[in-house]
Design a protein. Structure first.
Lengths: 415, 415
């Protein structure tokens, strides 16, 4: 039995303990984790310094180093986030439905933990703690596999979490960090059937594609976002400018940022120049179709098919003037990753038609795509944004980390 | 672009038509299908005769031939089943939740079709019609890949369905049958990402394992059932005998039949002989542990680990005497496929502990495992029984064929 399989065994054992725990016990453990993070701040920062040193030597970009860097304040805010999870409702043990059948069988459908959740991530070290806390609250054991760059930080964080779990009387193996960051181990984790009930990749397109291609355990695809805003002929132009500006420039690196704006030809001559003036303030590079360039001038680059397919995650925006809403919907059906799309319109009929026809996790009328987020949706926390249709779609809160089982109470019924 | 990808393209196109259809329109199409099945009964029987002839030449077993055989009555009952689907509630367009956020955003979570459902099956030809009807009702296009043995029958049935869809003004490509039954095409179907939103295998362990190992599209595992009944020390022995007899002999070939009975040692001397007497009437072969054989005599075969792991689907039952309920639960955790398990007991505490600790789709107290079925659960119809934890668990009705999307209505909100 290899190391990962042993981890799987231990995770399963811990999961069966976790599944039976009262909320109060899980919350005590979470509070112990938050406290321990604050207490062991120094050790965590030392480990983080090792990662930062390696990052320096490897010539990591300043933006990436900033993502990697922990500080006393950041650790405090990570601990705060754990305490916020304590305040959330326990998603386990809810009666989701049921009935008494004509033969007297009493059927109840009850929410239960998924069991063992695997998470492969490549982002900031805080993901280690976030995921561990959400899994713990939902009664799931987790196996975490973070990126190479943050290994020492992740190790220190998971050691602190495991120590706190022990002190709270829970098995440390409720939370396990994969002890190496090789591709082989990641592949093995993707095929750990019988141990991992669901695998959630969190990261860029490369990671997610690799998981989808290689996993034999059930996967939830997350977070690829080529999002669109369609500015309808009946749009309030000032509102459209505000929304596009917000959706592009408030945080271009995230998955709910807009990447392409589609503009009805009737409103393009008025809208596009105002939009450009606003986006110029943030130095957004525009790439447009022929009609866009006719209106805005040749200073705007020509957009390619690749541009329309791209998730720029940057201060770049693709533009296309369309003949009608049908063309906008067809463009979205072709290029979207199915994350978030918006229409800006004053027309009831257009709003109805757009929200009906566009098949994405979230479809907005007169609002920024940036709202697709667990916190903004009132879910309290987020384990990721599912862009697949199975199990969960859109921002995933604690409920997405549960399954269900039927409990059937009889009095000797046979069939 | 190969044939299967073209089918995927056509399915996607049909799915977007289906997603927007009113219930009344879908129901009209279903009624047209039922009518056409009755009208074209002769052609369907001719095609079925070809399959039966080949079966004869290939030396297919009588039981298998019976599963394959259609008749006027069977076709009428298949048509009846389609009409029953008409009566079911439309699972699409339900508001599943939502709220108005503090910033005024109105969030609604609405049920939508999955899109394109792939089904690989190896059972009776009626599955073609059942699956097509359930997918149609839930607004999904489907790509069906049936077994080689039933190819002519499946082809005739799908031709009739497609003709009826056309006559009802729907795209024929809402329902497509894969035109060859090679393994290569099945493999290709498992990797048809971007076209198939979910793949559901219906068949034996070999098929399901192959799909889980090879698919890159999301899969719902169905129907493997190594089910257990635990006869507690506080069991009503007569009730336990009735339940075990029903769960084993009413239909041994199905996935919710019991395969192993675990017996508390305190009740074993009373229960086992009575059970044996009853099961002898149906010529059930018993395979037991040492203690079982001490009580029932050496006429009972010794059970191996393989027996405990087996889904016999036959008149064979494994037996094990256990020291206490904890041992029974541990046995189940080790050998069960997580389908259905039951406890027979008069003890409230035992019932609570067993239903809490056993992690299967359905856990019964004092009832036969044979009730795990969409019809028996009041779902009206069943596309399969999910034994995985993601998306759906247990009997899957129409709701399991839907996903959801968020529709967010704003008035210019930015973040």
């Amino acid at each position: 039995m290899n190391e990962l399989t042993k981890m799987g065994e231990r995770a399963k054992g811990s999961a069966s303990v976790l599944a039976g725990l009262l909320s109060v016990k899980k919350n005590e453990a979470l509070l112990a984790v938050a406290k321990a993070l604050r207490q062991h701040c120094g050790e965590i920062l030392c480990a983080n310094a090792l990662d930062l040193e390696a990052a320096e030597q490897n010539g990591m970009s300043a933006a990436m180093k900033d993502r990697l860097r922990l500080s006393e304040e950041r650790i405090a805010s990570i601990a705060d986030a754990v305490e916020e999870v304590v305040m959330l409702e326990d998603p386990v043990g809810k009666v989701l439905g049921g009935e008494t059948r004509p033969n007297g069988l009493q059927i109840r459908k009850v929410s239960v933990p998924l069991g063992v959740v695997g998470i492969i991530f490549e982002s900031r070290p805080n993901v280690t703690v976030d995921c561990a806390a959400l899994c713990l609250k939902s009664g799931n054991a987790c196996i975490l596999r973070g990126g190479k760059e943050a290994f020492h930080s992740n190790k220190a964080l998971s050691d602190v979490i495991r120590g706190a779990l022990c002190s709270a009387g829970l098995p440390a193996d409720c939370v396990q960090l994969v002890p190496d960051t090789s591709r082989e181990t990641a592949r093995e984790m993707m095929r750990l059937g019988g141990y991992i009930d669901v695998l959630i990749p969190r990261g860029g397109a490369g990671l997610i594609t690799s998981v989808v291609q290689n996993a034999t355990v059930p996967v939830i695809e997350t977070g690829l976002g080529n999002c669109h805003i369609y500015v309808d002929e009946a749009a309030d132009v000032a509102m459209a400018v505000d929304i596009v500006d917000n959706a592009k420039t408030s945080r271009p690196s995230v998955c709910n940022a807009v990447e392409t704006v589609l503009v009805h030809e009737a409103v393009a001559p008025e809208f596009l120049p105002q939009m450009k003036e606003r986006l110029d303030r943030s130095n957004v590079e525009l790439r447009g179709c022929a009609e866009t360039r006719r209106i805005l001038g040749d200073g705007v680059k020509a957009a390619t098919q690749e541009d329309y397919a791209a998730e720029f995650n940057d201060y770049i925006l693709a533009l296309r003037v369309v003949r009608d809403m049908g063309s906008a919907i067809a463009h979205i059906a072709r290029y979207s990753t199915g994350h978030s799309e918006a229409i800006v319109t004053g027309s009831y009929a257009a709003a109805q038609a757009f929200t009906g026809a566009v098949d994405s996790t979230t479809v907005y009328v007169n609002a920024s795509t940036r709202f697709t987020d667990g916190g903004e949706f009132g879910l309290g926390a987020e384990i990721g944004i599912s862009t697949q249709k199975l199990h969960a779609r859109g921002p995933m809160g604690l409920q997405a980390l549960t399954s269900s089982k039927y409990i059937v109470s009889g009095s000797g019924q046979i069939r």
